[in-house]
Write a protein that binds this ligand. Structure first.
Ligand code: R5P
Length: 295
């Protein structure tokens, strides 16, 4: 197996290669003045099981094109197999045709990857893992929630109350609670199908006097988390911390969340940022190791 890091996940790819003690092949990359991407493998890939690590956080279209260029090039260079590790899987939130005529974007992206020779995809806390299972290319979604919860446990937050966003997210709070063991629940949410705007349903939360941690997969504009933190505070939580897998942190999202009453925000290196203090490398290395052992 050889590990190739795309421009968007250079450190993560290297960490995975180190953990697996596998060969790391760097990618030579440049951006032309008009914005187009150039990539070149600076090592042999022929007859190898090639693992390409490239997250597709913003600029997602550029990162996706680079991923496609890498996969198709590995195919042309006669790689034995091509696995794509895409911790943040762009377009995963458009996981169906909500309105007639809309693109089923996540399906299109998976089809493109498959066409470029990818036979397996690993994602991390993708928006709707059940939908991913229905697509043609095998996709395995891994969860970084236990790693985030362990981070808080190591910081002395054992016994904190774990909160997820939306009833559908409850499994996330259950996962976190297995580590923190302080009880769990969810903040009820409603999403407008046309505008995508999320509102919080102001239902009581049993957090009075407790340390609460709100877990979510993505912080994008921060709008959802701002409301969640403010409501958790209003319910009497002693402290409110925020944990997210993919810290996209668009604009002043981080600032707004802190302003709404959060004591801290932590994310993973699925999306590199200054709050990405938890690494998903061990999670991905373990999954790749299992896959290697099965071959
Ligand atoms: C929604 O389904 C996700 O779990 C996140 O809550 C959402 O994508 C966050 O977006 P924003 O930060 O823009 O509110």
């Amino acid at each position: 197996m050889i590990i190739v890091s795309g421009p968007a996940s250079q450190k993560l790819g290297r960490r995975i290669a180190e953990l697996l003690k596998q060969k790391f092949v760097p990618i030579e990359f440049k951006r032309f003045p008009d914005g187009e991407s150039y990539i070149r493998f600076s090592g042999e890939v022929e007859n190898e099981d090639v693992v390409i690590v490239q997250t597709t956080s913003p600029p997602q279209n550029e990162n996706l094109v680079q991923l496609l260029l890498m996969a198709d090039t590995a195919k042309e260079l006669k790689a034995k197999t091509i696995t794509a590790v895409v911790p943040y899987f762009a377009y995963a939130r458009q996981d169906q045709r909500f309105r007639p005529g809309e693109a089923f974007s996540v399906k299109t992206i998976a089809t493109l990857l498959q066409t470029c020779g990818v036979s397996k995809i690993f994602t991390v806390n993708s928006h709707n893992p059940a939908i991913l299972k229905t697509l043609q290319v095998p996709i395995e979604d891994l969860s970084a929630i236990p790693l985030l919860a362990e981070h808080f446990r190591n910081q002395g937050f054992e016994g904190a109350f774990s909160l997820a966003l939306g009833k559908k997210g409850l499994a996330t709070a259950v996962e976190a609670d297995k580590v923190l063991e302080g009880g769990y629940g969810y903040i009820s949410t409603k999403r407008d199908r046309i505008t995508g705007k999320v509102t919080i349903e102001e239902k009581p939360l049993p957090v009075k006097g407790k340390a609460a941690i709100v877990f979510d997969d993505i912080i994008s504009s921060g709008g959802t988390m701002v409301k969640a933190v403010a409501w958790t505070r209003k319910q009497g939580a002693r402290t409110v911390h925020v944990a997210c897998v993919h810290p996209l942190l668009i604009g002043d999202a981080e600032n707004r969340i802190i302003q709404s009453g959060a004591d801290s925000i932590v994310g993973t290196d699925s999306v590199p940022s200054h709050i990405s203090v938890v690494s998903v490398a061990p999670l991905i290395a373990e999954a790749l190791g299992k896959r290697g052992a099965k071959r």
